[in-house]
Design a protein around this ligand. Structure first.
Ligand code: HDD
Length: 713
């Protein structure tokens, strides 16, 4: 079988440039003799206009920035491949899904939505999950999110949603945060957003890593087979490392300590050979089942519960190469849900339909020209021939006198492809309707699946949602907005609304007989849509809870453990733990009062990776205090205390053995330690095998949320 895995890398090679052992030149190829001094009239005189070297350098610099993406400006990406594990030729004729083992190159970009390019990775936000497949039949883009539903049902509300969530226009505050009046004002008037709000207030919005997020195509798409038959499809990416989050307090601290936390995590994992991997799953809904469910498949605020339609895994994606140049690749990549290949098609989801316009349009202002498809990272590996011509920065030199179709002067070339030759044909759907500006009544249920999501969560996860809402609405200054939100929340779950209200010092308003529709006039007067709650056939779904999610495996691969060290630390304990972690593909990092080395109990030198100044507990998954460390370390250093306190507060595994056990009993949180805290692994015996095994096993559980005061106990 032909393997296309490296085809895009080969294609990119022609644009790569490396200055090693080369002369420094101008853009015109003239060798530069002095790059440190501009041309002047005399040693202390003014610069001369004729200095073409200076002018070129400064002009280029002045124009280096391009507009950032209007949404999803902050992101990170990597190269990789997609491999078919379970071909589905009976459902789609898409070439890249036909053969088991067939590999297609991909570039995947993850992002936050609201923040600007330099904003923190750890904002409470939805994450973008975009995959560009460089297939033999052209580019296919699956432009999804880490949440399977969306805030709004119709693309016409997208500019409003984004205006509301972005920093407020008068003072440009706050950056990368939804916790402000304009966002919640809009949401409180848009009941259709309530399902998405449940997801956005859950820990899904503060992932531990891009590598530990699910991805979703969100909309229902169509697959079409050779016979022209179609089924509906929902796409799912399932991470091999499981779906995990950080704590909200931790997220905020990471934002200060390392705003590039996710970017760095992705980069370092790939550099270390811990290649992130996802399964691609599909939910297939036969055409005849289009109207079978209590929700409309075209409504992007709804998901299809896995209990109704199971997810079938058809392939896997591995990200195995970091970009060579962030701007050239991650910044210039241009995704578009309208980039499809034969065998994949759209549905009439009104949000998707609007997206089909928006993405090319935005590339025109962001990348500056209709020739953005020629930028190396966007270039198809399938041959491109058409009569599109000219425009800014055109790279291709089209030969011949013909740039139109049909033609006889060019022998009719380039010629159209028959469907059997791979020509794209849209699904032959029959449309017979009046032109109307209305929402379908089948989109009216705004609370049914919000309830389903909330009911599917564990008590700890529910508790986090309440606290997130208390935080977000607590930042809202306008009382009426808070009350409107409490009213909407009470239609999801009365107890949820009441618990949020306690944090706000407010009372939940009575449920309106007719729930708030599109808020205030004029939509309310003109709009026919009414909010309703439809009883769901599925009451609770484990796949919606991160903690219950059956696909989460207890692997600790690529996790980082802080090993706290100081002079006198037991060499055996440190090396035992490091070795045990390495066997699990995890990493132990030495954190000590200073950089350089600490002297062990056997007078050996242990290399220090971070000092307490350059590292903090929020940047690690667990903390280990090895034997040999006495109480003096704690007494001497506030940082150790803070380190341990944060690790405890963020429900992480903390381990101590031998002499170091006494450190825990002297830590600030000692009074809170209970015997049944499964996340505290202590052993009087030093460097024991059972101890490291228990520690690693506990890490596999990720977090011990039961340590927190839970609002749902
Ligand atoms: Fe969008 C970017 C995902 C609705 C308009 N969108 C963008 C990106 C992702 C999504 C992941 C970043 C792509 C990248 O990494 O370059 N967008 C979604 C999802 C949606 C959605 C999952 C709903 C299901 N988007 C949506 C609507 C509109 C847009 C309804 C407009 C009507 N989105 C854009 C855009 C962006 C974009 C303005 C900004 C940068 C870009 O396209 O390339 O066109």
């Amino acid at each position: 079988m032909k393997n296309f895995q490296d085809e895009k890398q080969r294609d990119l090679l022609i644009n790569k440039s490396d200055g090693t052992n080369k002369f420094l030149t101008t853009d015109q190829g003239v060798r530069i003799n002095d790059d440190n001094n501009s041309l002047k009239a005399g040693e202390r005189g003014p610069s001369l206009l004729e200095d073409f070297i200076l002018r070129e350098k400064i002009t280029h610099f002045d124009h280096e920035r391009i507009p950032e993406r209007i949404v999803h400006a902050r992101g990170s990406g990597a190269h990789g491949f997609f491999e078919v594990t379970n071909p589905i030729p009976e459902l789609t004729k898409a070439g890249f899904l036909q053969e088991k083992g067939l590999k297609t190159p991909v570039f995947t970009r993850f992002s936050t939505v609201a923040g600007s390019r330099g904003s923190t990775d750890l904002a409470r936000d939805v994450r973008g999950f975009s995959v560009k497949f460089y297939t033999q039949e052209g580019i296919y883009d699956l432009v999804g999110n880490n949440v399977p539903v969306f805030f709004i049902q119709d693309a016409s509300k997208f500019p409003d949603l984004i205006h509301a969530v972005k920093p407020e226009p008068h003072n440009e505050i706050p950056q990368a945060a939804s916790a402000h009046d304009t966002f919640w004002d809009f949401i409180s008037l848009m009941p259709e957003s309530m399902h998405m709000i449940m997801w956005a207030m859950s820990d899904r919005a503060i992932p531990r890593s891009y590598r530990m997020m699910e991805g979703f195509g969100v909309h229902t798409f169509r697959l079409i087979n050779e016979a022209g038959e179609s089924v509906f499809v929902k796409f799912h990416w399932k991470p091999k490392l499981g779906t995990h989050a950080v704590a909200w307090d931790e997220a905020q601290k990471i934002s200060g300590k390392n705003p590039d936390f996710h970017r760095q995590d992705l980069w370092e994992a790939i550099e270390a050979g811990n290649f992130p991997e996802w399964d691609l799953g599909v939910q297939i809904i036969p055409s005849e089942d289009e109207n079978k469910y209590e929700f409309d498949l075209l409504d992007p605020t709804k998901l299809v519960p896995e209990e109704l339609v199971p997810v079938t895994i058809i392939g896997r994606m591995v990200l195995n190469k970091n970009p060579d140049n962030f701007f050239a690749e991650t910044e210039q990549i241009a995704f578009h849900p309208g980039h499809v290949v034969p065998g994949i098609d759209f549905t009439n989801d009104p949000l998707l339909q609007g997206r089909l316009f928006s993405y090319t349009d935005t590339q025109l202002s962001r990348l500056g020209s209709p020739n953005f498809h020629e930028i190396p990272i966007n270039r198809s590996v399938a041959p491109v021939h058409n009569n599109q011509r000219d425009g800014h920065m055109r790279q291709e030199i089209n030969t011949g006198r013909v740039s139109y179709h049909p033609n006889s002067l060019g022998g009719g070339c380039p010629y159209q492809a028959k469907i059997a030759e791979g020509g794209f044909a849209s699904f032959n759907e029959r449309i017979d309707a009046h032109k109307i500006r209305e929402r379908s009544e089948s989109f009216n249920d705004h609370f049914g699946q919000a309830k389903l999501f909330f009911n599917s969560q564990t008590p700890a996860e529910k508790s986090h949602i309440v606290k997130a809402l208390r935080f977000e609405l607590g930042k809202v200054e306008t009382t009426a907005i808070r009350l409107r939100m409490l009213g909407l929340l009470s239609q999801v779950d009365q107890e949820l609304a009441e618990k949020v209200a306690i944090g706000l010092g407010a009372t939940v308003p009575p449920i309106l007989e007719k729930p708030l529709n599109h808020g205030v006039s004029p939509e309310n007067e003109n709009g026919k849509q009414e909010s309703t709650t439809v009883e769901q056939s599925v009451k609770s779904s484990d796949a919606l809870s991160m903690l219950k999610n059956p696909v989460n495996s207890p692997t600790i691969a690529s996790r980082k453990v802080a090993i706290i060290c100081a002079d006198g630390v037991s060499e055996a304990a440190v090396s035992n733990m490091k070795k045990a972690l390495l066997q699990e593909d995890a990493k132990g990092c030495i954190v000590a009062p200073h950089l350089g080395a600490v002297i062990s109990d056997t007078d050996g030198e242990i290399h220090v990776d971070f000092s307490f100044l350059t590292a903090s507990s929020v940047l690690f998954d667990a903390v280990y205090i090895p034997d040999g460390l006495g109480l003096t370390v704690l007494a001497e250093s506030d940082e150790v205390n803070e380190f341990l306190n944060d690790a405890y507060k963020h429900c992480k595994v903390i381990g101590a053995d031998g002499k170091a056990v006494s450190l825990l009993s002297a830590a600030n949180f000692a009074s809170k330690i209970t015997n049944d805290d499964q996340g505290l692994i202590v052993s009087k015996e030093a460097a024991g095998e059972k101890f490291t095994k228990d520690f690693i096993q506990a890490m596999g559980k990720h977090r011990f949320w039961e340590r927190e005061p839970n609002l749902y106990n």
